[in-house]
Design a protein around this ligand. Structure first.
Ligand SMILES: CC(C)(COP(=O)(O)OP(=O)(O)OC[C@H]1O[C@@H](n2cnc3c(N)ncnc32)[C@H](O)[C@@H]1OP(=O)(O)O)[C@@H](O)C(=O)NCCC(=O)NCCS
Length: 171
């Protein structure tokens, strides 16, 4: 798999236009990320719904941090970590986006701010996609805030896509 361009990560770190800031996840975030992953509502909306054990999660995080085709970011507001956000380079050249808002902060517009910010940060020439499980209307709305629209449904999986713009002026 091709690596994600290093400049892409930098676009997130240098972003200063909203109350959100981004940093790269590291091993110190393992417990917080696991609490997001094992939250019952997160699991309902995930492809693999079983609870993850801490050692398996640490191994997953270690592999993720060493994977050049994946970027795992933590979004914060006023020094508080509010959401995790992931970019994955896919074999077809598109970049898959996925997100989770911290359970106690849901329903307050943070997901909306996150995805509209991400949509503005990611250059128009990139093809973006996201996969949302049927029954997750909030995430369908969020994907649309980043400029993605419904593309296809495969069973319970709904794929959304943002086509690269032919009029892109960004690098
Ligand atoms: C889905 C999730 C990211 C939403 O984040 P959030 O911060 O709670 O979302 P917001 O408060 O910004 O709401 C987003 C939109 O969804 C709507 N919404 C929220 N919950 C909803 C629900 N249960 N049903 C329908 N719409 C809902 C909101 O009204 C808002 O719409 P609007 O912009 O038209 O007002 C968050 O609930 C979460 O992390 N869930 C578990 C993990 C998950 O589903 N991840 C996504 C996998 S693809």
């Amino acid at each position: 798999m091709n690596p994600l361009p290093k400049q892409l990560e930098e676009l997130f770190y240098s972003h200063i236009n909203t109350n959100l800031s981004f940093r790269k996840a590291d091993m110190k975030d393992a417990a917080w990320l696991l609490s997001l992953r094992n939250d019952p509502e997160t699991r309902i909306h995930s492809l693999s719904q079983q609870e993850i054990d801490p050692e398996m999660h640490r191994q997953w995080l270690k592999n993720t941090l060493n994977n050049p085709s994946r970027i795992l970011l933590i979004a914060s507001m006023q020094q508080e970590d509010v959401a995790s956000f992931r970019l994955d380079q896919k074999a077809d050249g598109s970049i898959e986006l996925s997100w989770t808002v911290a359970p106690k902060l849901r329903g307050k517009g943070i997901g909306s701010l996150l995805l509209s910010t991400v949509g503005a940060i990611l250059p128009n020439h990139l093809e973006l996609c996201a996969c949302v499980l049927q029954g997750n209307p909030a995430s369908l709305k969020l994907a649309q805030k980043a400029g993605l629209s419904l593309h296809r449904q495969e069973g319970k999986l709904i794929w959304l896509k943002r086509e690269p713009s032919p009029f892109s002026t960004d690098a």
